[in-house]
Write a protein that binds this ligand. Structure first.
Ligand code: ZN
Length: 209
């Protein structure tokens, strides 16, 4: 079940005492409306009922989908310890992310029935192409969906206000799965961080074989 905590806060703009609803955990099955908020990246949002002041907080919480059997530990900023997995989620896929954008991406990946490690390997290849195209050092790609046999990604390039959308054929994903099979890749224990850095390590290891 989802666990919510009500906290008293004072609106920093008008001074009105109010409640702020925090979630220690979100259960996507029991609270589809909270899953929707996660997908809209609005879980942390708070609005003053008196003066309409808006603030986005940041705090750690667990997002779990018992039916799809995964649990994601959100630790804003990446600091602090990830939660210890309980026995109930021992055989779930366990991930750790540092913001709501990453949480949203994981949900979209797992809801599409994909392996996020292979998706990161695809993103690694895609980002290399994009970096050359835009002569940018850092680009961020987020999985968005599978459409007509293609994987679609939103690419954020520094200095560009809007994301660019790129797609890649599913064969690239299948090749990435093959890379992981060749390396006998196993999920790291506990809440694993599956990101661009991990993908780079996998590619380096693969090229060295
Ligand atoms: Zn207010």
């Amino acid at each position: 079940m989802s666990t919510e905590i009500l906290k008293d806060i004072i609106c920093p703009q008008c001074g009105e005492a109010q409640k702020y609803r925090l979630f220690a955990s979100i259960n996507a099955q029991e609270n589809p409306e909270l899953k929707q908020q996660a997908l809209e990246e609005t879980v942390f949002d708070w609005r003053c009922q008196r003066c309409n002041y808006f603030a986005a907080m940041a705090y750690p919480f667990l997002y779990m989908d018992p039916q799809a059997r995964y649990v994601i530990c959100v630790t804003p900023g990446g600091g602090g310890q990830a939660a210890e997995p309980t026995e109930a989620v021992e055989d779930f896929v366990k991930r750790r992310v540092k913001n709501l954008a990453e949480l949203k991406e994981k949900i979209l990946i797992f809801d599409s029935g994909l392996d996020d490690v292979a998706v990161e390997v695809v993103k690694n290849a895609l980002c290399t192409i994009i970096k050359n195209k835009y002569t940018a050092n850092r680009v961020h790609a987020y999985f968005s969906r599978v459409q007509e046999g293609n994987m679609e990604f939103a690419i954020f390039v520094p200095g560009q206000p809007e994301p660019a959308y790129h797609s890649t054929r599913m064969e690239v994903y299948q090749q990435s799965q093959e890379v992981l099979r060749t390396l006998d890749f196993l999920d790291p224990p506990g809440f694993a961080t599956i990101d661009a850095r991990l993908a780079r390590g996998i590619i380096e290891q693969y090229q060295a074989t």
